[in-house]
Write a protein that binds this ligand. Structure first.
Ligand code: ATP
Length: 344
């Protein structure tokens, strides 16, 4: 059964809707909603959860219409687990009481078993049940927040930037644990994030959002390799968009010279070419397009350098950690592989 089906959804806070024409189907697994700050990700989760009243469109959860013409099922009756930003555990309640808080009175009798099962699902030791939230690490708090959302056995869980307060290492570990827990609970999930690495690595489906609309909804590899829109290309993988031309026969030209273009339906003529930083390599054999290094971001495993080409355009190139040029250096770069083209 489809866990979540959204059609032509419109929602917001005043006269101008924040969300427009949102369509989304979640069958199972994790769907990530990826977009920059303020684009409407939280508003979408709140509309699905029942905390924001949509002005148009329909929402079905597990086959039941919860939003539609003249219909709005109250939040607590939608059968949805919600993990808000920062987890929002009740600070004065133990882990066990936090987990059982949302359960119907009849089920609180078997609370100990529910708590044990929920803690096991999120891979936390049963001894933590008697602790208070301030006696847990940030990652443990996030897992308890998920355990609380999973305890009533919802078919759909909504997670709003659940890992944003965690440091990089803990983020990855907690993210993977959360996905395992969702699988164990057989719950589908919608995960809001502005972190493309998180979206691509954790989700089965990624919905890229900008200004209240979806630009593309597809599998992680597809949004990365076949972006449907120039904004998806520049947001995911930090591609630089260069004006150019499709010259025919799978070739194009731009400030970086002649390049191979991925097969697509862009006709010969003006085009925008999306060049990813990992596709741009520094050449030391005298070939390639010359440019001056504007700045360098060093990441340890590699570095990203920003170059100003002689045409004035700036591009980003990824380079190994042991051969990083300095700002002001003159280098030559060449495009490796095929670039994605969009109509110009
Ligand atoms: N309660 C509110 N009343 C009025 N406007 C709001 C309210 N909540 C959010 N907005 C506005 O709606 C738009 C979308 O906000 P939303 O919180 O959905 O974005 P977001 O993509 O989740 O952002 P972030 O990643 O920063 O959390 C923003 O312009 C925001 O200012």
């Amino acid at each position: 059964m489809t866990a979540l089906e959204i059609r032509a959804l419109e929602a917001g806070y005043g006269k101008e809707p924040v969300l427009r024409g949102i369509d989304l189907t979640v069958t199972s697994g994790v769907t990530a909603i990826l977009g920059s700050s303020g684009c409407g990700k939280t508003t979408l989760l709140r509309a699905v959860a029942g905390f924001v009243e949509p002005s148009a469109g329909t929402i079905d959860v597990a086959g039941e219409r919860v939003v539609g013409k003249g219909r709005s099922v109250p939040a607590r009756k939608r059968g949805i687990g919600y993990v808000p930003q920062e987890g929002a555990l009740f600070p004065h309640l133990t882990v066990a009481r936090n987990i059982t808080f949302g359960l119907p009175r009849s089920e609180r009798r078997s609370a100990a078993a529910v708590v044990d099962e929920a803690l096991a699902m999120v891979e936390l030791a049963p001894e933590l049940a008697t602790r208070f939230p301030h006696q847990l690490s940030g990652g443990q708090q996030q897992r308890v927040a998920l355990a609380r959302a999973l305890a009533p056995r919802p078919s759909l869980v909504l997670l709003d930037e659940p890992f944003s307060s965690l440091d990089a290492g803990l983020r990855e570990e907690t993210g993977r644990a959360v996905v395992r827990a969702l699988r164990a609970a057989e719950a589908a999930a919608v995960l809001v994030t502005h972190d493309q690495g998180e979206a691509l690595s954790l989700a089965d489906q990624v919905a890229v959002m900008a200004a209240g609309q979806f630009l593309q909804v597809a599998a992680p590899a597809e949004v990365y390799l076949q972006p449907a829109d120039p904004r998806v290309a520049s947001f995911i993988g930090h591609a630089t968009l260069l004006p150019g031309r499709i010259t025919g026969g799978g070739r194009g030209s731009c400030a970086l010279g002649e390049v191979a273009v991925k097969a697509g339906d862009v006709a010969t003529g003006p085009a925008q070419l999306a060049v990813r930083s990992e596709q741009l390599q520094i050449r030391t054999d005298g070939t390639g397009t010359p440019g001056e290094v504007v700045d360098v971001s060093f990441f340890g495993h590699d570095a990203t350098i920003r170059l100003r080409l002689e045409t004035g355009e700036q591009v980003a190139a990824r380079t190994p950690a042991d051969s990083v040029p300095a700002a002001g250096d003159r280098v030559r770069v060449a495009v490796v592989g095929e670039v994605v083209a969009f109509p110009g």
